[in-house]
Design a protein around this ligand. Sequence first.
Ligand code: IFM
Length: 445
Amino acid sequence: MSLTEIIRRFPSDVIFGVATSSYQIEGTAQGGCGASHWDSFARQPEAITDSSDGSVACDHYNHYAEDLDLVADGGFDAYRFSFSWPRLLPQSDKEVNADGLAFYDRLLDAMLERSLQPFATLYHWDLPQRHANNGGWQNRDVTGWFADYTDLVIRHFGDRLASVAPINEPWCVSFLSHYWGHHAPGLCDLAATARSMHHVQLAHGRSIEVMRGHGQQNLGCVLNKEFAVPVDGSELAEKKTYLFDGIYNRWFEESTFRGCYPEEVLALFGQHMPDGYENDLGLISAPLDWAGCNYYTRSVIAPDASEPHLGFRCIRGDLPKTDMGWEIDPEGLAFFLRRMARYYAPGLPLYVTENGMANADNLNAAGEVHDPERVAYFESHLAALAALVDEDVPLKGYFAWSLLDNYEWAFGYSKRFGIVHVDYASMVRTPKQSWHAWRAALKAR
Ligand code: IFM
């Protein structure tokens, strides 16, 4: 079934959008943006595949109007973006960068002029370097710094935001960055992991509290989820798969929606959990207006006694893969939405806040980009979601990742996730076949 036919199966109140984030597209060299821990991580030898950073990125700082034209011309209803904390507060938590405020004023006004609903994220990984120097996500004080930053954003921009989520993908902020060391600050330390996994959740709770205090509407969370299957039928592989699900998915689902952490993950963290963490769980689980799910792939879990703490490693199975080497498994996405709707948050509006794939895209001689693999990826995942319509799963929106090819973190500019191709030398944008497929599908609704 084509994208056009699949999109027709969704109720008319389901919105479609595209997503981006500040560090990945804006260009931190512009407009007085301050240093973040991604700038320093990117300077570490071998941290980034192509040794690049976000200083120029897609130069969205200067190209934002053209980029939003592509969102609107594509027929999308909404644009999911993030504010950059170091752009707004480059030097200290007290001195606001007027150019930073002016940039997001222009960006928001341009969205509203194009009738695009602004879906804001307050933190998509660009922690100010000064806060990283003070312990970053390992330091409980980060929750207060984040609450103050939330206050600034909501006071200035809150009246123009259709929806707000405090933190993008808390698993990446904590586990991926402090245990596997793949993202800034690049640590491999169980104690740092335990602390960051609690503090990122507390920061979410404190940010929601600040926003409720301002009467801000439509507040949610954006959790990334990865489906897991055991490598074989052994009891050990089953147990390790459950642990993986606990660390990756249920840690965030349980605490956000039920006010507790999974026992098996608490056992892993043991004495490293911050003292009195239990007292924060009420704030962490304060009611939300919606829940977002970012979904890309699945992992196969293989027991491995040489892994010191987890006792497993993640491998890939034999499903077709994207250019990231990630397996394509649309049913995993449906699994998480069902689990949310039936178990964690019955009745709560659900959004797929990111979904998409990297592909080795090239401009052809005619100046076009053919990415049928990406069109098929969107079709398969949207078909899995369309099947949920008859199951009372309250899906209210879907955001494709990403509008533009952009800075894919530790992979630099070597991986292309966009529905619009970016030539990084000329900054020319070229809508890909997938952008045209979306446009045709959304215009035919
Ligand atoms: O590029 C990232 C994004 O920043 C967060 N979610 C996953 C995407 C693809 O890896």
